[in-house]
Design a protein around this ligand. Structure first.
Ligand code: NAI
Length: 634
């Protein structure tokens, strides 16, 4: 290839379509069968099918900066062009499994040490060096075909423990995924079968996976993320405003995390607090996070100081006169936010972008209190804001197009995945989450225990259920002793001092290592609450728990679509994949809805509605699509 890549592998958009000959396997076979020795001269990335192609050559020479890898696993597939058969013949099974199961690329030096390439060429003399190498080996016969190599793999034959070890090493990370197990099976064929049988075995396993729902979901997620960056009514060439400095109001959980995003990108940040104590605490946490990253080797010690050097903390609100963008992250309280934005309006320079990190509040109402609603929008980060990739960019009624274009571009600069949403309570993610939370609360009154609800969701593939999540975040978020209602389970637990992991007790009991166990105390509180509410508890099957939790989310997603809060169903999925840990192999709630089938979901919602009321009333869009025999347009 021209440019930075030797060959970057398959065109993902071709997957799932009828293949057009010649297949990669045929090309590689032709290369390998050549009576003349073939030397691959690798000048850039050789990834996936690109590396498999290079493995079809008799020798490989690469520039020092070349990157070689088999990243297929990241798309829910594994190498299907002979990679699972040839790579182990060069590196041995253990290394091949590691490369195939992590998908991580390696540099030329590592590739040489692992036997994947034969020589490193000069950075600027690849062609000459590769030709010189070719001359050296031109007379060598028989031709050295990777398929015939036994030197590395012989020792691995009859060692099933190698495969068992790989299974153990990746089991946690790939819980719920299918492709990795098939990849291990395919590599196993490299030692148990002849080369041709192994190749056929790989092909059979590969095709199953390639056409399966998981791989479809992962390809879909890949394209959904790219689609989310495009905004229909805002042309790609809309001018973006310069953002050379950022102001942040509030150095709490979110303010600090948000600041780190910009510091990491080299953009100076001024953070404003109301008290020195809160400021010191906030800045201290940022430094602590960077120092922890440096200890883990993720950044250098000099980076800690460089990033902290870009950060200014102050109690002087007037310091917000300079930044190009100011993000408010104070307590979630409309009166307070309005007051802050009125002050900001008076201080910020004309043309500066003003943003709120509010989780639920009405951006239009906040904007109306300023003289520049066209420069105001929501930038809703997810916690921890320095880690989570999602950013909901909330477009107010009056937000100007260049302001939105700037926010979408800035998201990319700081490594976020942005989804543009309109104004509504909780935007996309929290609005759908609220539907799930509502049902989770009801389920524990009706007969399930928090650990039943959580288990159903973790079995489904989410990292955590609502009750474990609540324990992690703190049960007392939004709770106060004055307004506490002991009839509410959450409030009763807070009153007992069970505030979550931080108090070693919430819905679960926690040991010193934060391991959770079901709590008898909580069970008693719940049983009493059911009794008080006059509910005869019943055993609720797992399948029903899942439907009760997920179908209302899908229904809410349909309402979000019909209200035009997002442009596409896939935007909703991008939110859930990147902000809430929805398992990528299930594509997102809207993709998942299509795999279940909208008529089936509609029927369940209607049954729930008949039994338990309007919370389950199906969205008009869902009714219509189901009647038309369609799914959500993805
Ligand atoms: P927090 O309580 O950790 O931090 C708020 C900070 O704002 C405190 O340090 C407080 O001293 C400071 N503050 C209050 N009034 C101020 C003022 N007038 N001037 C300057 N600083 C002031 O709250 P958190 O969790 O960071 O939330 C902030 C906002 O972010 C809220 O609107 C919340 O809904 C939203 N949010 C929170 C998420 C979370 O998971 N915690 C996720 C996404 C959004």
């Amino acid at each position: 290839c021209a440019g930075r890549t030797f060959c970057a592998g398959a065109d993902i958009s071709e997957f799932g379509k009828p293949p057009v000959p010649p297949s990669l396997a045929d090309v590689i076979a032709a290369l390998e069968a050549s009576p003349m020795p073939v030397v691959a001269a690798i000048h850039g990335t050789a990834l996936g099918g690109g590396l498999e192609l290079a493995l079809g050559a008799h020798y490989r020479v690469a520039v020092p900066s070349a990157k070689l890898g088999l990243p297929e696993i990241k798309l829910g597939i594994f190498p299907g062009g002979g990679g699972t058969q040839r790579l182990p013949r060069l590196t041995g099974v253990e290394t091949a499994l590691d490369m195939i199961l992590t998908g991580a690329p390696i540099d030329a030096e590592t590739a040489l040490s692992r036997g994947i390439i034969d020589r490193i060429a000069g950075a600027a003399s690849l062609n000459a060096d590769a030709v010189a190498f070719a001359r050296e080996i031109a007379e060598r016969r028989p031709l050295l075909r990777v398929r015939d190599r036994e030197d590395r793999i012989a020792a691995d034959r009859g060692r099933p423990e190698l495969f068992e070890a790989a299974r153990k090493a990746h089991a946690r990370k790939y819980r719920g995924f299918e492709a990795w197990l098939k990849a291990i099976e395919a590599v196993r064929g490299a030692v148990d079968l002849s080369f041709d049988e192994g190749l056929a075995n790989e092909r059979r396993l590969f095709e199953d996976i390639l056409n399966g729902t998981q791989a479809k979901a992962q390809r879909y997620a890949f394209f959904a993320e790219r689609a989310a960056a495009k905004v229909g009514d805002i042309p790609a060439d809309t001018p973006v405003l310069p953002v050379k400095s950022v102001g942040i109001i509030g150095a709490g959980t979110m303010g600090g995390g948000i600041a780190m995003n910009f510091l990491n990108a080299g953009i100076p940040v001024t953070i404003v607090e109301t008290s020195q104590a809160a400021l010191d605490r906030g800045l201290g946490i940022i430094r602590g996070n960077y120092e922890a990253s440096a200890r883990k080797g993720r950044i250098g010690p000099a980076d800690v100081e460089a990033r902290m050097g870009l950060l200014t903390g102050t109690l002087d609100f007037g310091a917000l006169k300079d930044p190009d963008l100011v993000i408010e992250a104070v307590f979630e309280n409309m009166a307070l936010k309005k007051e802050i934005f009125a002050r900001l309006d008076a201080v910020a320079r004309p043309g500066a972008i003003l943003a709120s990190n509010t989780s639920y509040l009405d951006i239009d109402e906040i904007a109306a209190g300023t003289g520049r609603p066209e420069h105001l929008l929501g930038l809703h980060f997810f916690s921890p804001a320095n880690v989570m990739r999602l950013l909901e960019v909330v477009r107010g009624r009056k937000t100007a197009k260049p302001v939105i274009a700037t926010a979408m571009a800035l998201a990319r600069t700081i490594g976020k995945v942005a989804v543009l949403t309109g104004v509504c309570y909780g935007f996309v993610g929290n609005r759908m989450l609220a539907a799930r939370q509502r049902e989770a609360k009801k389920l524990i009154l009706e007969g399930a225990m928090p650990w039943d609800v959580d288990r159903v969701l973790t079995d489904f593939g989410l990292p955590m259920g609502p009750f474990a999540m609540s324990d992690l975040a703190g049960l007392d978020i939004g709770w106060s002793a004055e307004t506490s209602n002991p009839a509410e389970i959450r409030d009763a637990l807070c009153e007992m001092g069970r505030r979550g992991q931080k108090t070693k007790a919430g819905y679960y009991d926690y040991d010193d290592k934060r391991n959770a166990t079901p709590s008898a105390v909580v069970e008693a509180v719940i049983l009493a609450a059911s009794e008080r509410a006059g509910i005869a508890r019943r055993a609720i099957p797992d399948a029903e728990i899942l439907e009760r939790l997920v179908y209302p989310m899908i229904n809410e997603g349909a309402k979000i679509l019909e209200e035009g809060i997002v442009a596409r169903a896939s935007d909703i999925d991008v939110v859930w994949l990147n902000g809430y840990g929805w398992p990528v192999y299930r594509g997102g709630p809207m993709f998942y809805a299509n795999t279940v089938g909208l008529p089936a979901i509609l029927a369940r919602l209607k049954a729930f509605e008949a039994e338990r009321g309007a919370d389950f009333k199906p969205a008009a869009l869902l009714e219509r699509l189901a009647a038309e025999g369609k799914g959500f347009a993805l």
